[in-house]
Design a protein around this ligand. Structure first.
Ligand code: FRU
Length: 482
């Protein structure tokens, strides 16, 4: 470690240690989600199962809840359920990353854990440079920086050129990068390498001017390209899409294309873009594959420039968390997401309730035992009118069987007005909800759609209520999670 790195690590920990007590005083600290010890978290980075342990890094600004010069924070886990805080992996100590060790990925290079990330540099006039950089570790904890491996931009691109996702196929390493053309349009470009050090630019595989897309946002961030269930999937986080009805309701989106890629020719034939999540907070997802071939996804449960000041955790000096890990599959041409089965380890105090809901009753399930709970609700095919499920008087799910619309509503903590997100569901059968101290993740019909949101209920309010405007019999399984 260089002296400067050492200094940055020590300074960050001085700050973190001052604020450790927030775990005891902040009712919104999560029970089973990855969150920063203090400061701001954004994208998941470098997710990998390496030598039997999952390593999950994240974009981190340890000092404040703003987007300052980013570090890579680091957690490890044997089971995707219990996470151990590891020392800082990367701090912005060198000239080529002085304004942030930006997002990237991890690979196993003959037993060496190798991180590939973007060094972000800005000058006094706020002009940007981007360098794709490498750091390696033999113990999974301490990283040695090797510096930039891609220093210049291909013709036609701006310095918004970042977030390398690297993988190996056959003898070659491949990298996709999020990019912006000089006309300020989003794209994904492809590089190859024999050794992770010398990289060859192969061209753009998707985005403006390619495969029928003319204009789809001014920048595509955090690409991820992988094979799944005999297809190829490209995940991106495009910026600059306008809202279209119930689509693209957040400030920025995250979604995917399914198709077939030819890596030799850098060609990706794909279908339409689809959003990955229909809630309020979800961005910059990253996937990894485990030794059993499961394709796993986690995302930042937040969105850039969206309501940061409305999240009350800033008062206690921390902001944002990641989603629970989800397993991906393709079904009927769409990506389905299901919570990883390891999360069942958290379950205890199981209760099963079967009950008829009718017009006037508000079915109250009494006090929730804990703020971290899991629910599986079935019997919903019988809903004819409107069904509502309210969580701690702060968020509400509403299904309108006539319009096939599922709506998630919550109170905006700044304006106190309700805000809504929607998804169309042909037939609602099952709702699977993961509730943590300040988040809800709602999996619909076994993974057909997901709605993720942070919410900030009054710590005293432990209520859970349901109502339907026509009689319906529902079954609810619930567990306390800890
Ligand atoms: C996405 C993103 C990335 C960038 C990182 C910086 O949220 O903007 O493109 O690498 O965050 O923290």
């Amino acid at each position: 470690m260089t002296d400067n790195e050492k200094k940055l690590h020590e300074q960050a920990y001085e700050e973190v240690e001052k604020k450790r007590h927030i775990d005891k005083i902040d009712p919104y600290r999560q029970i089973f989600h990855v969150m920063p010890p203090t400061g701001l978290l954004n994208d998941p980075n470098g997710w990998i199962k390496w030598k039997g342990t999952y390593h999950l890094f994240y974009q981190w600004y340890p000092y404040d809840t703003t987007h300052g010069s980013k570090y890579w924070g680091h957690y490890s886990s044997k089971d995707l359920v219990t996470w151990k805080e590891e020392p800082i992996a990367l701090a912005p100590s060198e000239w080529y990353e002085k304004n942030g060790c930006y997002s990237g990925s991890a690979v196993d290079n003959n037993g060496v854990l190798t991180l590939i990330y973007t060094g972000n540099v800005k000058d006094e006039e706020d002009r940007r440079d981007s360098y794709q950089c490498v750091a390696t570790s033999t113990d999974g904890t301490h990283f040695t920086k090797l510096g930039p491996v891609i220093e210049s931009l291909p013709d036609g691109y701006t310095a918004h050129f970042r977030d390398p996702k690297v993988w190996k196929q056959g003898e070659l390493w491949y990298m996709v990068l999020g990019a912006q053309t000089v006309e300020e349009k989003g794209r994904v470009v492809l590089y190859t390498s024999k050794n992770l050090t010398d990289w060859e630019f192969k061209g753009a595989i998707a985005g403006a001017g390619i495969g029928g897309i003319t204009d789809f946002g001014y920048m595509w961030e955090c690409p991820d390209l992988f094979s799944l269930d005999s297809k190829d999937v490209l995940i991106i986080s495009p910026q600059g899409l306008e809202q279209e009805g119930i689509h693209y309701q957040n400030k920025f989106q995250a979604g995917y294309f399914i198709g077939e890629v030819n890596l030799d020719n850098a060609i990706f034939h794909h279908g339409d873009f689809a959003e990955l999540d229909h809630g309020f907070e979800f961005y910059a997802p990253q996937t990894t594959v485990d030794e059993n071939g499961r394709r796993l996804l986690t995302a930042w449960m937040g969105v850039p420039e969206q309501d940061e000041e409305t999240q009350p955790t800033v008062t206690n000096g921390w902001l944002h968390c990641l989603t629970i890990p989800r397993e991906l599959h393709i079904h009927e041409g769409r990506l389905w997401q299901t919570p990883v089965k390891e999360l069942q380890k958290l379950r205890h105090d199981h209760e099963s309730i079967t009950q008829t809901l009718s017009t006037s009753d508000l079915l109250t399930f009494g006090d929730l035992a804990e703020t971290a709970m899991e629910f599986v609700l079935t019997g919903l095919e019988e809903i004819k009118g409107i069904f509502e499920w309210t969580f701690r008087n702060e968020a509400r799910l509403i299904f309108n069987a006539a319009s096939h619309m599922l709506t998630l509503e919550r109170r905006n903590t700044r304006t106190h007005l309700t805000e809504q997100r929607h998804v169309r569901i042909d037939s609602l059968k099952r709702l699977h909800v993961f509730m943590d101290a300040s988040s809800l993740e709602i999996f619909i019909n076994g993974g057909e759609a997901v709605m993720s949101a942070r919410y900030f209920p009054s710590p005293k309010d432990k209520s859970l209520t349901m109502r339907a405007d026509e009689q319906v019999m529902i079954s609810l399984d619930k567990w306390v999670l800890s």
